[in-house]
Design a protein around this ligand. Structure first.
Ligand code: FEO
Length: 405
């Protein structure tokens, strides 16, 4: 893979991971990229590294531009291993380089590497590094999404190197948004942004809003955003900031997701009249079976919709395991501004729907009650109840959605 000059003298020198499908449990059907950037200035400066399996690729890319021993500064925006686990390789080639990193980043690196021989410069928001014609300004972004996280703004290039923020898990030969939109589509790119936000950044909406406000207050002019995954925002740099604000403000379409699992198809049969009731209320509805869908996709579909109905059969008086796993995952993402309800079938004691509502109460979601339970297989009368359940839920969602317009 050749390097790409993204701004005069600033090069993408990263790696494309076409094959990764399980990214620490986050399913990535489209793979990803590990982006890092080389600033060819009076002081050669590398911003971030790549996942260690790909260190040979970034070294090859760097070497096509400069002898890696000439790297004077290594900026580490984030220490998660997909970005920082090639540090030892880079430092073995450029042992005199100084690492620019946050205090928390340094403490984290100390737990992963023998850092005793490396030089560090601990930075805070507003600290700068002059590399020659370029000035780098560091901007701490704690908990976006790790305590160590920061971004690097290249003043003269109006370039924000944003680490994970604004990323997408897409393996593509396109380096820029406009190329991707031309060879794939705008909606595919947008879907990847929502997927990434929902699965990684959903818990941090308030922090995101505050950080964007802080950047706007600083008056930084940004005409390009270079994240550490996926395509670089060039044509859509302004739009992606607005998109993040929308996501952080809980914006969604007026739609409903039915997310369920089933044992002997009874809960599955319930989804059909429920979906019809929702549709007849004029609301778009998606039906997602958990064991047939990657977790990350089911999370994305939840976040894209204003409302969600969770369907689970009862197994041993509690939730079906795949549904329990989904709710555990969802709870960790601390969703807000969504309405949720539950339904399911049971054979004798029941329990799944009750347990689903217990889980909902631990989340900051608007709860739709009562849930709906059906004994064994839905009868004609049960089907009518399911239809009404879907239709009434849809009516509530219409009202609820007006809060977000
Ligand atoms: Fe792409 Fe937080 O690592």
């Amino acid at each position: 893979m050749k390097t790409t000059e993204i701004k005069p003298g600033i090069f993408w020198v990263g790696a494309i991971d076409w094959a990764v499908r399980d990214f620490h449990g986050y399913i990535t059907p489209k793979g990803t990229t590990y982006n890092n950037y080389l600033i060819m200035d009076d002081q050669v400066t590398l911003v971030d590294t790549v996942k260690h399996d790909f260190s040979h690729m970034t070294v090859e890319n760097i070497s096509s531009l400069v002898d890696p021993s000439k790297i004077i500064n290594l900026v580490i925006n984030h220490i998660e291993p997909d970005h920082a686990s090639s540090i030892d390789k880079i430092m073995s080639l450029a042992p005199e380089a100084t690492i620019y990193i946050t205090d928390k980043g340094k403490k984290g690196l100390d737990r992963h590497f023998d850092t005793s021989k490396w030089k560090f410069n601990i930075v805070k928001s507003g600290h700068t590094l002059k590399t020659g014609k370029y000035t780098l300004t560091f901007l701490e972004t704690p908990m976006l999404h790790w305590p160590d996280s920061m971004m690097t703004y290249v003043n003269e290039a109006k370039l924000l190197i944003s680490q994970d923020a604004f990323g997408q898990h897409i393996a593509t030969s396109a380096r820029f948004d406009e190329e991707f939109i031309e060879c794939a589509s705008h909606s595919e790119l947008e879907d990847s942004v929502v997927d990434y936000y929902a699965n990684i950044l959903m818990p941090f909406g308030e922090l995101i809003k505050n950080k964007i406000a802080e950047v706007q207050k600083l008056g930084l002019k940004i005409d390009m955003i270079a994240p550490d995954h996926g395509v670089i925002w060039k044509k859509e740099a302004g739009n992606i900031i607005q998109k993040y604000l929308d996501l952080a403000n809980g914006k969604s379409s007026l739609s409903i997701a039915i997310i369920y699992d089933t044992m002997w198809h009874s809960t599955e049969l319930m989804t059909i009249p429920i979906m019809q009731g929702i549709k007849d209320e004029g609301i778009d509805c998606k039906v997602i079976k958990l064991r047939a869908t990657p977790m990350s996709v089911a999370i994305k579909e939840f976040w894209k919709s204003r409302g969600c109905l969770i369907g689970s059969p009862t197994l041993n008086n509690i939730l079906f395991p795949s549904v329990a796993e989904y709710l555990t995952h969802l709870k960790g993402l601390r969703p807000k501004n969504r309405m949720i309800g539950a339904f399911g079938s049971y054979g004798w004691g029941g329990g799944a729907v009750r347990e689903a509502y217990e889980e909902f109460k631990k989340m900051k979601l608007e709860i739709y009650e009562p849930g709906l339970q059906v004994l064994y297989k839905p009868s004609q009368k049960d089907n009518e109840m399911c239809y009404d359940f879907g239709r009434n839920f849809a009516k509530k969602i219409k009202e609820y959605h007006t809060n977000f317009n």
